[in-house]
Design a protein around this ligand. Structure first.
Ligand code: SAM
Length: 214
């Protein structure tokens, strides 16, 4: 398990919007897992995406905006090699502790910006973005970057809210998830909706997309 500190991603040219996001996740890193664990809809959707992605032993996975490493148990089960990137060091600290606790050997954590990934084209078999696109300003750029570093025939798994409001807690998706996937031009392999009509706020309206890179 390796942690790679920030190169330059977090220090220079950070927009006001991104600075606000960094601040929010920095101060909520300690209770992020408790917030997520409390919602059955979120847990169920995450498990469904991981099932659909079908990550196999030896696969190289890049998780953009890895946060506190909520998907780590799935990677452990699959015996995948994982590189997790996130812009917030406090979130990565929690992820590092989780990786140690799970004895997750094949994981590298890096501080960096999902819109500028420091990897060559086609470096990975799978890209994962769970609740990431709603948190990254210019999320189409982050999705395009993920597609760039995943090999042709590889897959990208997305789980997110359909629409998020323009605030930090709600994310900054700006455009809806559907439009974002459409604009990416990537091939949709699986698409699943989780709409709870009794829950009109964010957790009740989520979508999963598994996309293929061509
Ligand atoms: C809602 S959390 C999702 C964490 C994790 N993917 C999960 O499934 O629980 C959003 C994450 O996006 C990260 N983030 C925000 N902007 C980013 C950027 N430009 N590049 C990389 N990560 C970013 C935040 O630091 C935070 O950890």
């Amino acid at each position: 398990m390796t942690a790679i500190p920030s190169a330059e991603a977090c220090s220079s040219g950070v927009s006001a919007e991104q600075a606000l996001i960094n601040q929010w996740y920095s101060s909520h890193a300690g209770n992020y897992d408790a917030l997520m664990n409390g919602r059955h809809e979120l847990r169920h959707a995450r498990e469904t995406l991981m099932g659909l992605l079908d990550i196999r032993e030896g696969y190289k996975v890049v998780e953009v905006s890895v946060g506190t490493g909520k998907n780590f148990p799935h990677y452990k089960k699959a015996r995948a090699e994982v590189v997790g990137v996130d812009i917030t060091s406090n979130m990565l600290d929690v992820a590092m502790r989780k990786a140690r606790k799970l004895d997750l050997a094949g994981v590298v954590l890096m501080e960096g910006d999902g819109r500028r990934l420091p990897f060559r084209e086609s470096s990975f078999d799978v890209g994962v973005l769970t609740y990431a696109l709603s948190a990254i300003p210019d999320n189409l750029q982050a999705l395009s970057e993920t597609a760039r570093v995943v090999r042709p025939g590889g897959r990208i798994g997305i789980l997110d809210f359909y629409h998020s409001s323009k605030n930090v807690e709600g994310g900054v998706a700006g455009i809806g998830l559907l439009a974002l996937v459409h604009q990416s031009g990537l091939q949709v392999v699986h698409n699943k909706s989780f709409i709870n009509p009794r829950e009109t706020r964010m957790p009740g309206r989520q979508g999963i997309y598994v996309l293929e890179v061509r």
